[in-house]
Design a protein around this ligand. Structure first.
Ligand code: PRT
Ligand code: ZN
Length: 291
């Protein structure tokens, strides 16, 4: 079937086949968007939202948004910084987390950025790296490499590299040590500043959905039983969004408490709650939170 883009649907460009693809599709699903995703497709329709999904290489996404081929894109900030496209970042997704780092061979005499003066650095992000060293008044020669950047020093191509790193294992395996971090990056939603009113409304509604998924990911739903006289103490530890729900138990002087706890302090708070006398603690993931 020939794609028909002559409609008023929102169009979003996402990575076709790469590190962001699975997380992006999972996020869209969590936001309640039903998409027919056959891996081979170049585009897909969302069945329950006026949204067409276009699958492209991540490098093209900022340009597609800027030149109005699509209304939205999901792409790593790293690509955005390098492209310097005239688009705005609307929200961060908390996946695709990585950093652009400067690294050198373990036995190198380079220990900081200044030591790179008059040396060569290999990277897939030449514009970002040139700007970074220029701002520090350090003269470097940049060699653009599109893949396997970490091999460049061993091949005698450069004194060091600037490349993305997430777990750090590629750097370790390549016997490289990090001397500086240029930036942290994650997947973001991008759009243009202009747009027709109808589309702006649709984008707003979509962002509202996305935000509720993101907020939900930050919390766990927690149910527990506790002696009534420990209630005050437990509420202080886990006050919930507004306040916890309390209901009586058949067992005298005991209550059931339902609350939410932030993911990043979850274990710390749960052990405090347990120490305070709570038992039968049940923890559930939250699908969405509408603030
Ligand atoms: O084909 P297409 O052009 O669409 O994809 P691509 O090959 O350009 O990009 P892809 O799929 O590799 O990455 C897509 C996006 O994922 C990047 O633009 C980043 O926003 C994000 N991302 C997150 C990463 C990494 N983590 C990452 N670790 N992109 C690349 N890497 C590479 C890095 O370049 C290095 O080779 O992974 C290696 C290091 O990983 P660790 O875990 O060993 O540190
Ligand atoms: Zn790419």
């Amino acid at each position: 079937m020939k794609p028909n883009f002559q409609n008023n649907n929102l169009k979003i460009a996402i990575q076709k086949n790469g590190r962001l693809t699975a997380d992006t599709l999972l996020f869209l699903k969590k936001a309640g968007l039903e998409i027919d995703t056959d891996g081979q497709k170049l585009y897909a329709k969302c069945w329950n939202y006026p949204l067409d999904i276009i699958f492209v290489r991540d490098d093209d996404i900022p340009d597609f948004v800027q030149n109005k081929s699509v209304d939205l894109g999901i792409v790593g900030e790293n690509v955005l910084y390098e492209k310097n496209a005239c688009v705005e970042s609307k929200m961060k997704f908390n996946f695709g987390l990585c950093s652009l780092v400067v690294a050198v061979p373990r036995d190198s005499q380079i220990f900081n950025e200044a030591d790179f003066q008059d040396k060569t650095i290999a990277t897939s992000y030449p514009l970002t790296v040139a700007k970074y060293f220029k701002e520090k008044n350090i003269k470097v020669t940049i060699v653009k490499v599109t893949g396997s950047v970490e091999l460049s020093p061993a091949l005698g191509l450069s004194a060091g590299i600037a490349d993305l790193s997430s777990t750090g294992s590629t750097l370790a395996i390549s016997d490289l040590r990090t001397i500086a971090k240029i930036y942290d990056s994650q997947a973001v939603l991008i759009s243009r500043q202009d747009g027709n009113i109808k589309k702006i409304e649709l984008i707003k509604k979509l962002i509202f959905r996305f935000q509720s998924v993101l907020t939900a990911q930050k919390y766990k739903y927690v149910m527990m039983n506790a002696p009534k006289n420990k209630l005050k103490q437990i509420i202080q530890i886990a006050p919930g969004l507004k306040s916890p729900t309390i209901s009586s138990l058949a067992k005298q002087d005991w209550v059931s408490i339902q609350t939410v706890i932030e993911e990043d302090v979850f274990w710390e708070k749960v052990s405090k709650i347990k120490d305070a006398g709570a038992s039968g603690i049940i923890v559930l993931p939250i699908e969405k939170i509408i603030a």
